[in-house]
Structures are given as structure tokens and as C-alpha cells.
Design a protein around this ligand. Structure first.
Ligand code: PLP
Length: 399
């Protein structure tokens, strides 16, 4: 039984947020109180299977004990000091992150979010090349600050971000010729989400990634992978960069955020020595980037993924999920990689999203109205897949 007091507290959270917080996203009627692994518990004691991870952030799952312990221990030592001093906690995080990155990416820059990582990556490309223009792709999403939103040719975002930063050019995702046609001597960088998540989990042919690498090498352009979603284990590899799925292509810069701190805000750019050689003191900076709480969270997040064998788990459970979803063919088809999956329905996904919530499952939508997006914690297990598939069968009326 849910007590009157608890019920009142829930109503207050919804009413008060709606009254006192500016509108952002359309919210689900769930008051999240605590989380454990792949589960979120509401203030009324309901339990939800979280296949969305709070916008792909809960990579290690909610409140992973190793991450919580590391954050707690750091809070008792030093909450923050900026990059004006050295810190063992920061040194450890940078070393750990570089150690799992493709060998060519030798240095890290820490900031606070994905959009900031992309802004700094584009800035580094301009500093490296002495050029200004940036090519991004139809359907890509790169953030909401001025330069990043101007690089976002998805839906209405550039319109929201007007006036746009000049020098942003658009090519067609998956079409190397469209990039070749505009990649002239004015272009500093080509930026892409190697798997376009918000656009409905779109992948390109493998030859596209190799083609971009060759194009950038040929014309002295910096290749940037926005791995804000695909990074930190989501595809079953540490990064899409360097993986077989992308023909082992390694860009000059990878940008990261989301799952990197298990919920503590942190972003990063991983860059090659060549890029690093063009960056001088004071070219980049941020007060909070590299702060100790975030750095403790980064190291613990990467260790938790390693210690718990989460990369192998993603690959194994992805295969199981795909197998189980075959039960619904031809009604649905699945795309993406690892735990970045788009389930495409013949019709609108929104009613399915809502019906799943009634079955206590949180999933995501995308800008493709027919695609339901799954971005679960990397520790999702087979029995939780079964729970989802049973619920989906009910919702689709196949049972
Ligand atoms: C691929 C990609 N890049 C960049 C961003 C921006 O990240 P943030 O919201 O942390 O600024 C997002 C956010 O959804 C994203 O999905």
C-alpha cells in the first residue's frame, strides 16, 4: 500500500517541477527516487526496467557500488580544485582513459558535457589546420551550445540555435561522394556520430568510415568521431573508433560524455599527438573540467566496466535480444550495435513507448517516429531481456 504521505510527495514533485522549472523535455509521469543496476524505483515504490539509462548515461547501471564508493571516498578528501594544480585522481583518470583508447589517441582534455567536448574538438581542429569550416552530416546531433547546434543538421535544432555559427557545411550521412564534393581547402574538420542515435539509430556502410579517413588524410582535414553515445562500451567495444564495425578506422579526435562518469557530469576529448602539438597553454580551459569528483567517477566507471566484463556482456546480451526480437518479425526490425539499438515498427513507436511504460519499462523514442530506441545499462541480463520481450508481446498483442 502506498501511504497518503508518499502519494502527496509524488504529486508535489510533479506539480512543483512543472511550476518552478522551465520546460525541457516532455516528462514521463515517474518520480525517480533511487536506482540499482538496470532498475529505477519511484517514490511510490514502483519498479521500472530502465532501457534508456537517463539519456544513455547509466552505462554501469544505477549506483554501481564501485563507482559510488569511489565518489564517496573522493568527497571526503577534496571536492574540487581546478587544472591550476596537479591531482593524483585526475592523473589516474587521464591515464586510464588513454590506456583503453586506440593507440593513436594519446592525450585527454576533460570538460563537463558532450556539447562542450564537441565545441573544443572543433576548436582544436581549427587551431591545427588554420582553417574554419566544418562538415557534419544530415541526421547528426552534436549538442545545443552555439557551435555544436550549428553543426547539428537534425530536425529543427539549427533553427533553435539561430543565429548560427558560420562555416558549417552539410553532407549526406553514408554518402562519401557528398562529403568529397564539399571538402575543399577551407575545411578544418569532418565531424560525425559514427552511429546516428537521435536520428533513429542509423549506421552507414563500413566503406563510408574508411572513405572519410582517406578523404581527411588526402586533404589535411581533422576527422572527429562524436562518440558521446557510442563510446565507453555502448557498442560492446570501448569505442566505435578502432572497432571492426567501423573497419578499424581511428579518427584524430574522439569526443565523449554521457556514460563516462556514470551520472557525474563529465565530457572529454581524446586527441592524437599531432593535434596535441598544436595546443598551447591557455588555448583550452574550463573551470570545472577535470574536477576531482568527476575524475574519480571516470576511473571507477572504466574499472567497473572492466571488472564486471560488461563489454562481453553487451555483445552476448545484444545477440540474445536480437534473437528474441525475431519473434516479432516482420512487424519489427532491429538496427544499431551493442546496446545502442533502434527497433523499427511498421507504425508509430510513441504509443508503444507509452504502453511499455504502463508495463513498467522505460524506453526511448527518436526523431524517426517509427523507431523505439534502447540504450540500457551495459549490465543488462538475459532475464531482463525476457521481461522486456514479454511486455512487448503484450503491447503488440501477439500473446
Ligand atoms: C551524439 C551526441 N553528441 C553530443 C550530445 C550533447 O551532449 P550533452 O547533452 O552532454 O551536451 C549528445 C546528447 O544527447 C549526443 O547524443
Amino acid at each position: 500500500m502506498v501511504s497518503m504521505k508518499t502519494q502527496t510527495a509524488q504529486v508535489d514533485a510533479i506539480t512543483n517541477e512543472d511550476r518552478y522549472q522551465l520546460a525541457t523535455y516532455k516528462k514521463m509521469p515517474v518520480v525517480a527516487e533511487r536506482g540499482e543496476g538496470v532498475w529505477i524505483y519511484s517514490s511510490t515504490g514502483e519498479r521500472f526496467l530502465d532501457l534508456y539509462g537517463g539519456h544513455a548515461v547509466a552505462g554501469t547501471g544505477h549506483c554501481h557500488p564501485h563507482v559510488v564508493a569511489a565518489i564517496r571516498a573522493q568527497t571526503e578528501k577534496l571536492l574540487f580544485y581546478s587544472n591550476l594544480v596537479y591531482s593524483e585522481t585526475r592523473a589516474r583518470a587521464a591515464e586510464k582513459l588513454v590506456s583503453i583508447a586506440p593507440a593513436a589517441l594519446a592525450k585527454a582534455f576533460f570538460c563537463n558535457s558532450g556539447t562542450e567536448a564537441n565545441e573544443n574538438a572543433m576548436r582544436m581542429a581549427r587551431m591545427t589546420t588554420g582553417r574554419e569550416n566544418v562538415i557534419t552530416f544530415s541526421g547528426g546531433f552534436h549538442g545545443r551550445t552555439a557551435d555544436a547546434i550549428s553543426a547539428t543538421f537534425l530536425g529543427k535544432y539549427r533553427e533553435i540555435g539561430r543565429p548560427n555559427v558560420p562555416g558549417h557545411l552539410q553532407a549526406e550521412f553514408g554518402d562519401i561522394d557528398s562529403a568529397r564534393a564539399i571538402a575543399d581547402q577551407s575545411v578544418a574538420a569532418i565531424v560525425l556520430e559514427p552511429i546516428q542515435s537521435m536520428a533513429g539509430v542509423r549506421m552507414a556502410e563500413v566503406s563510408f568510415y574508411r572513405g572519410l579517413r582517406e578523404l581527411c588524410d588526402e586533404r589535411g582535414i581533422v576527422l572527429i568521431y562524436d562518440e558521446v553515445q557510442t563510446g565507453v562500451g555502448r557498442t560492446g567495444e570501448w569505442f566505435f573508433a578502432g572497432s571492426d564495425a567501423g573497419d578499424r578506422v581511428v579518427p584524430d579526435i574522439i569526443t565523449l560524455a554521457k556514460a563516462l562518469g556514470s551520472g557525474i557530469p563529465v565530457g572529454a576529448c581524446l586527441v592524437s599527438e599531432e593535434i596535441a602539438s598544436h595546443i598551447k597553454e591557455n588555448d583550452l580551459g574550463t573551470t570545472f573540467g577535470g574536477g576531482m569528483i568527476a575524475m574519480a567517477a571516470v576511473t571507477a566507471t572504466l574499472e567497473a566496466i572492466e571488472n564486471d566484463g560488461m563489454l562481453a556482456n553487451v555483445r552476448e546480451v545484444e545477440a540474445y535480444l536480437r534473437e528474441r526480437l525475431k519473434e516479432f518479425e516482420p512487424m519489427v526490425s532491429v538496427r544499431g550495435r551493442g546496446f545502442l539499438l533502434g527497433i523499427e515498427f511498421a507504425d508509430k513507436a510513441k504509443p508503444i513507448h507509452e504502453a511499455l511504460l504502463e508495463q513498467k519499462i522505460i524506453a526511448g523514442t527518436s526523431s524517426d517516429p517509427n523507431v523505439l530506441r534502447l540504450l540500457p545499462p551495459l549490465c543488462l541480463k538475459r532475464e531482463e531481456v525476457d521481461f522486456f520481450v514479454e511486455a512487448l508481446a503484450l503491447v503488440l498483442n501477439t500473446k
